[in-house]
Design a protein around this ligand. Sequence first.
Ligand code: BGC
Length: 728
Amino acid sequence: MSQPIYRAEPWAVTERSYQPELNEFHETIFHLANGYMGVRATPEEGFSGQGTQPGTYVASIYDLVPSYGPHNIVRVSDRMSVMVNAPDWFGVEFWLGGERFDPRQGKVSGYCRRLDMRRGVLTRELVWQDRRGRRTELRFTRFVSHDNMHVGGIRSSVRPLNWSGPVRCRASLTAARADAQDPFCNAALGTDGMILGVRTRETKFETVLAAQVEVGAEAGAPAARARSRLVRSDRAVERELTWRAAEGRTVSVTKLVAVCTSREPERGSARVRAARIVAAARRRGFDALLADHEAAWRRIWDDSDIRIDGHRPAQQGIRYCVFSLHQTYVGHDPRVNIPAKGLSGPGYGGLYWWDTEAYMMPFFLYTEPAKARALLEYRHRTLDGARHKARAYGFDGALFPWVTIWGEECSGDWEYGMIEHHVAAAVAHGVDHYVQATGDEAFLWERGAEILVETSRFWASRVTWSPARRRYVINFVTGPDEYAVGVNNNCYTNWMARFNLEKGIEAVRRMRRRAPALWARLARKLKFREDELRLWRRVAGRMHIPYDPKSGLWLQDDTFAERDPFDRRRWPAGDRPTGRWNWYRRIRSQVMKQADILMLMHMQNESFTRRDKRINYRYYEPKCVHESSLSPAIHSILASEAGLADDAFRYYLMSARLDLDDVNGNTGAGQHTASLAGSWRCVVTGFGGMRVKGGGLCFEPRLPAPWKRLSFRMTFRGRRQRSRQFCH
Ligand code: BGC
């Protein structure tokens, strides 16, 4: 989109006039989440017509469905996990003087929907005029608590401006979209409450929602007398409230909700816990719950705000990124990881990718390291799935799934799940990065070493010895650039495999020296043989790394230089490969979907000089169309490091505002979490020039010209650092 959709405000995102044509997009942008659950911003009254995808998700509640894929050559598993829709709790519908409130009928004025990022609160206000000219002011306030992850609330206020008469309100819990789950409870809860539970079919996870709905008048006004009754249907339960509205008087309906699942470690059924939590929430009251939630956000911002003075779009962009990352993951359960679209939408089926270690983990590592640890713990817990995948393809050790929730491979597509193997090295990189930044050796002994050994084993069995090159090669892979399918010696993959092996060797050595008893136990468990170490050394020492010393270019793969040249700058804007080029034309061309060699230079930063970065950036950047949202952030960071300030800033804005500006045109299906996290790195690593050196953090700032000041705060080696400030 050419025009920015939202005005650049430092702490808010505001829809200033009613834009039903952007409804699905706004549902993502204004979604609220707390790492445990996410609720898309479908309006409380629902959305009539096309262009809506309501969704409520609970982290890691999934079901298993038959795996698909016409190219499912090696069927690692015949089932795959998909995130399911939980029942929705956002519904609050009104009939005002007999007319159903629907802003798409009648007239809307004074409209304003605002996400207040500082407080984590979504409000919407408008005046609605029905077809008979009756005007009503409505206001909605919604939050998903960061103080108690099971709790959410909505307050809806109605004030007739030029009429008096009957009002009917229906506040619902509905499993209408809780795809393929079976309702198992659907009942009243006391006089004002209700409860609804659904169960997934294969995994048998129960999700239970309990709600309390109350009607109240404005302070000082006589109490609103409303009748409340329960309405039940097959897959829903509703509280219907009716009262007589008086012109000029505000009446509010407060809906408090508790969500629990049978997956939580807490004792007691989800049903009992949800009922208990909602009763406690009701005692505390909406205002106090909201205040607790806002206090939690204050603490979050104290630790992780990034302040940019001098450029509002840049400021709003990064705050939205940081806000969204905290909404997406809270590290409460090591069985939970981060979906590519967070808890903001159905895109990519809620699956977890290499995005986690390569993009999201560093944000948590330098802000709240316990969360980074929880992410790696998830990988440790799912090692069996990774072992299973390696075995299915005839390799040793562990090859993490390209996509998964439950730990087994969920991609049946041959060019991704089958050959995009670099995910194994991303996890190993995550382990190494975590240990370096925290000094948490216990994690290495207890979990990390096992990951490093098993992934090293995988690579040692994955390589082939090339007698002609007298080097180990890795044939038939897809690297980060997914347009280049089934190539030989993708430089990124080979280098990262070598890195993985080196870290495997280092971990074994270190553990032997510093935790010999634990090593002996691990070695027994893994049936570790001494000659494995020798093999890893040999492979790492003789890995083929495609490089042309004359040009100073690392070559993306063996045949990249011979493919059809492509230069984005000379290409007609509309003629982009996705959806337009046939597959054959794409793999014959140098066109790139996303950063590949530049991704390598980012991951292995210290191995490349500024000159290397500049040469390679200049060569690869014009070939990339950034069809993957993972790409702009890496381009920004590399451009910063190569001293190309304009590009660095341009790509930063593209990345940090990717969702706000709907750069890729698909934000409606959910946010791009990797891009949100990559933008944080653009600021901290790119513009702040942060490096870990000699066991400490150092900075080499290079601020974009319009920025007057940049400040942020990090945690390193168990310590919250003082806030860093950089000026020109
Ligand atoms: C990218 C992958 C990424 C995935 C999920 C794809 O379009 O090419 O690198 O892991 O999206 O974000």
